[in-house]
Write a protein that binds this ligand. Structure first.
Ligand SMILES: CC(=O)N[C@H](C=O)[C@@H](O)[C@H](O)[C@H](O)CO
Ligand SMILES: CC(=O)C(=O)O
Length: 320
């Protein structure tokens, strides 16, 4: 049984996997990255090798090394390190789950296999159960991201009775905009101590209202501080201030979504905001364009997410 350890709460940054210009993993900046999250963004949990970390574009051996590096560098600094161990091969996934336990990670998460897909709840649960069993001491999180996996089994349905099948089940990372499904996950599992982690950063406030206990996302790498202000306002029931913070975050995300926003662009933005060179993505992804970077930079400055010595006051639209 997983130790009913401290619940995963608050913001969880979906870490980028830093790479060199030649496409190799750049382990040398991971220590600096941990410090940046903790000290500059106030983010003390990470989610490694997920979508943002290009986990599915790494070899199993690379995934092991990346997980080891984050656990090692995060020791005594981070609260929790969750490793995403989903893969198309059950064997790979089990190997990564066992490895996560061996290195002292705090939890594992798994997406639905997305090439040969599970077509119903039982098939999916069966796969997840086999992975979870490879790390019987680690909290297990299901990572629901139907737009990317194409597996559209509703989370509410999946959660029904899940602990009977997966005793280590501890929560859900919900990366979808269906707040009916998300709300019903919360409502139908109130007696459990599950973590309900929302994964659509631009809609987090709505999910908080619906009962989210935390959030996992790519933007918490560089807008964690701002999002923490929103969480604090929500906690003290200052909803108008929470909404102002959410709108501010939305203005940025809406702007980049219109330009075309994904992992490549996230890498470019992180390098820009943090000063940590996280490098380009790995094929099939391609580097963000120079034009995107220039536009994103101007927007970040105008919203005061990036220090702006060269902006005229008239161009500032900081949000309170
Ligand atoms: C598909 C994807 O990568 N989703 C991320 C996490 O689940 C989010 O953090 C988004 O990047 C973010 O909400 C911006 O749309
Ligand atoms: C955003 C997120 O949770 C991921 O990168 O997996």
């Amino acid at each position: 049984m997983a130790s009913p350890k401290k619940k995963l709460q608050g913001l969880v940054a979906a870490t980028i996997t830093p790479m060199t210009e030649h496409g190799e993993i750049n382990f040398s900046v991971i220590g600096q990255y941990v410090d940046y999250l903790v000290e500059e963004q106030g983010v003390k949990n990470i989610f490694v090798n997920g979508t943002t970390g290009e986990g599915l574009s790494l070899s199993v051996s690379e995934r092991r090394q990346v997980a080891e590096a984050w656990v090692a560098k995060g020791r005594n600094k981070l609260d929790q390190v969750v490793i995403h161990v989903g893969a198309l091969s059950l064997k790979d996934s089990q190997e990564l789950a066992q490895h996560a336990a061996e290195i002292g990670a705090d939890g594992i998460a798994v997406i639905a296999p997305f090439f040969l897909k599970p077509w119903n709840k039982d098939a999916l649960i069966n796969f997840l159960k086999e992975v979870a069993a490879a790390a019987p001491t680690l909290p297990f999180y299901y990572y629901h991201i139907p737009a990317l996996t194409g597996v559209k089994i509703r989370a509410e349905e999946l959660l029904d009775g899940i602990q009977d099948k997966i005793p280590t089940f501890q929560g859900l990372k919900f990366s979808d905009t269906d707040l009916l499904d998300f709300g019903q996950c919360v409502d139908q599992n109130r007696q459990q101590q599950f973590a309900f982690l929302f994964g659509v950063d631009e809609q987090l406030l709505s999910a908080l209202v619906m009962g989210a206990t935390g959030a996992v996302g790519s933007t918490y790498n560089y807008m964690g501080k701002k999002t923490n202000q929103m969480l604090e306002a929500f906690e003290r029931k200052d909803f108008s201030s929470a909404l102002n913070h959410q709108f501010c975050i939305q203005r940025f995300i809406n702007f980049v979504l219109k330009l075309g926003f994904g992992v490549s662009q996230t890498k470019a933005i992180m390098t820009l905001v943090s000063g940590i060179p996280v490098g380009p993505p790995r094929p099939p992804l391609q580097k963000a364009s120079r034009e995107f970077i220039d536009d994103a930079k101007a927007k970040l400055k105008s919203l005061d997410f990036l220090s702006s010595t060269d902006l005229k006051d008239g161009n500032l639209e900081p949000c309170s």
